[in-house]
Design a protein around this ligand. Structure first.
Ligand code: ZN
Length: 411
């Protein structure tokens, strides 16, 4: 049983959050100060998953109202695709497909060089291998027969960025896996205040990208471990490019997938996208880094691309059994810590936890909540804990919580 307690303590102890409310607000619509346009409609990825997700991620900041411009399908007449970029502070490319009409390309170049913001998202850096100006905006790109003709590889080695003109293919990734992202520029508005390193949810680790790499600042890298069929190098993950008066934020993260979608629901992906989009649109970042940002050793996710409500977290936890993913447990711990005020706010949280303990959730879920109550609970929890103490499956954790809340130990 000691081991049991120990695992709870380790599980919860590895989080260390300052006690603040989540910074994420939800006020999309016409009051938002910036307009964003997502360009999508063709991709070798599930753009029907990623584009609505990006729209929600940006709108959740309260800083953007977001439109989506959908191109014709692959192979269809593209001549009518002429979005009015000039109406937007930032254009987000979730696009990897057919070439645009020459007038649309020119309009986009003029928009960016004139001061427009751009976000290059994941496979958008695969797109338009033959469009010179677009590749300048990306800084680095991959696939599409890119090779040494397109520019150098750029990696982090021995404390600095190294450009490598060795002939070879542009663009690769190993197996999908969770990996550590390391911030290399701690003063840039996008990365300022982020942990020095953090775990990103399972994703493709883009590698061997190559391109003009002009006016480019690499903000973060990740080590592509050969054990995951990676390059054994520190590859660029987050970048900015200055193109004329325009600002480009380029994130290689966020491979969209059905189901859990671990890359896009990673708080690290979401928050860097939100901050990168604001910087591209305005040149500044006003958003606070949320307390639940992943750490050097722990992942953090927002399954709905925003912080879950307590009711949603408890609902996900209801059927928890040993062996299930611990992310639902982590969500609860993150919520309690981020919202703990020692007063009225926690009283509401505690009321919901106690209702859960009176309900039909699994014993393992209730035990986890008993553990949280052992840290944060008040006398209000005691009657229900005493009831749980009579049930064999919950008696140990209930006793533990009672002892820690009352300070009275029975053995
Ligand atoms: Zn991908």
């Amino acid at each position: 049983m000691k081991k049991f307690f120990l695992s709870f303590l380790i599980l919860t102890g590895i989080f260390s959050f300052i006690l603040l409310a989540p910074s994420c607000t939800k006020s999309p619509g016409s009051n938002a100060p910036n307009r964003a346009l997502i360009v999508t409609g063709q991709n070798n990825h599930s753009w029907k998953i990623s584009s609505p997700a990006i729209k929600q991620i940006l709108e959740n900041t309260g800083l953007f109202s977001v439109d989506i411009a959908q191109t014709p399908e692959q192979g269809k007449d593209m001549s009518t695709f002429k979005p009015d970029f000039s109406k937007y502070q930032v254009v987000v490319l979730d696009y990897n497909g057919d070439s645009w009409p020459a007038t649309t390309k020119t309009a986009f170049e003029n928009y960016v060089s004139g001061g427009g913001g751009v976000v290059i998202y994941h496979a958008a850096d695969n797109s338009f291998p033959d469009w010179k100006e677009y590749n300048k905006m990306c800084g680095l790109g991959g696939w599409g027969n890119r090779n040494e003709k397109d520019g150098p590889y750029v990696t982090w080695k021995d404390g600095q960025f190294v450009r490598d003109n060795t002939p070879g293919v542009g663009g690769a990734h190993g197996k999908q896996h969770a990996f550590r992202v390391t911030v290399r520029d701690t003063v840039h508005p996008i990365t300022k205040g982020l942990p020095a390193a953090w775990i990103h949810g399972q994703d493709e680790l883009y590698s061997l990208l190559r391109g003009p790499a002009e006016n480019m600042t690499i903000l973060a890298t990740a080590f592509a471990d050969t054990a995951q069929k990676g390059t054994g190098k520190h590859e660029p993950i987050l970048m900015t490019v200055n193109y004329g008066k325009g600002r480009v934020f380029h994130t290689v993260l966020g491979h969209a997938s059905d189901g859990d979608n671990p890359a896009m629901t990673c708080v690290g992906f979401i928050v860097t996208l939100q901050r990168g989009a604001e910087w591209a649109a305005t040149g500044k970042v006003t958003q606070a880094v949320p307390e639940v940002f992943p750490t050097i050793s722990t992942e953090s996710r927002w399954p709905l691309f925003r912080p879950l409500t307590l009711q949603e977290i408890l609902s996900n936890l209801k059927n928890y059994k040993p062996g299930d993913s611990r992310s639902n447990l982590q969500d609860l711990t993150n919520y309690i810590r981020a919202n703990y005020d020692g007063g009225e706010k926690f009283a509401k949280t505690e009321k919901s936890l106690l209702e859960f303990l009176s309900g039909t959730g699994t014993a393992e879920a209730k035990n986890y909540i008993c553990h949280e109550l052992s840290i944060y609970g008040t006398d209000k929890a005691l009657p229900i804990l005493k009831t749980l103490q009579k049930n064999e499956e919950t008696s140990e954790m209930a006793r533990y919580a009672i002892e820690r809340i009352t300070g009275q130990f029975t053995n």
